[in-house]
Ligand binder design. Sequence first.
Ligand code: XMP
Length: 256
Amino acid sequence: MTFSVQLELTATRKKSNIILALDFPFEKAEQRRQLLSTAQRVLGAAYPFLCAVKINHHLTLPLGLFDGVQSLVQKAHDLGLLAIMDCKVNDIGATNQVIAEYYYSAGFDALIANPFIGWEEGLKPIFDVAGRTQRGVILLVYMSHKGALEGYGQTVVDAETGEKTPQYITFAKKALQYKAGGAIVGATYPEKIREIHHILKEKVPIISPGIGAQGGEVEAAIKAGARYLIVGRAVAQAADPAAAAKAFRDSAKQAL
Ligand code: XMP
């Protein structure tokens, strides 16, 4: 079963399309191990309102992949959730292959990669490992931050057609062509979600970060075509993560 089908089934079963980014602020040395129990507590509280968790350098750097993060991936699975690694792989193929092997070995169901690196000796080795281990590759198509315009938003000459196209349109077409497990489009740009959804339709789901702390809104993102919403600080660092996750889940349900 492909990652996108697994995510769809999980979202249906959990009645939630919210992906929690387990992100916490920088901690000095003596506090770092506590990040594991903090992450476990937040996950344990918010999981009824989620379909997946997303882990980033916030946890892999201080805890280590096999010494701490792997146990969180296991906990997510035990709670019936999928686990996504937000590593934005962006290197040469030989390195990408090793990165993918490690993250998938730790149990991640999908990882995020950057299509700027191209296919041959770039993305292909990641998709090869994903295919062999039956995991997903999610591609960045338009990021959620302001500077996204400078890269994802630039106008490029399409290498195949010679046509002038926005970079993110070529990335959306590649997501389709490579059968990516998802396409990341910032919730902060609903008009881009709409345009990209027009290309991807229901074949590659749009996964949208930037809800809450970055100013993206649930209803606008969903109405534009986002299938899943990533929420980080607004849940992980809330006084009551379960209540915050439930509130996002409920507004997403209402908007669908
Ligand atoms: P917040 O706290 O802003 O956290 O809700 C968002 C999480 O998602 C990551 N992020 C992105 N990841 N493409 C990605 O792959 C993006 O465009 C993007 N924007 C935000 C961010 O690092 C954090 O973990």
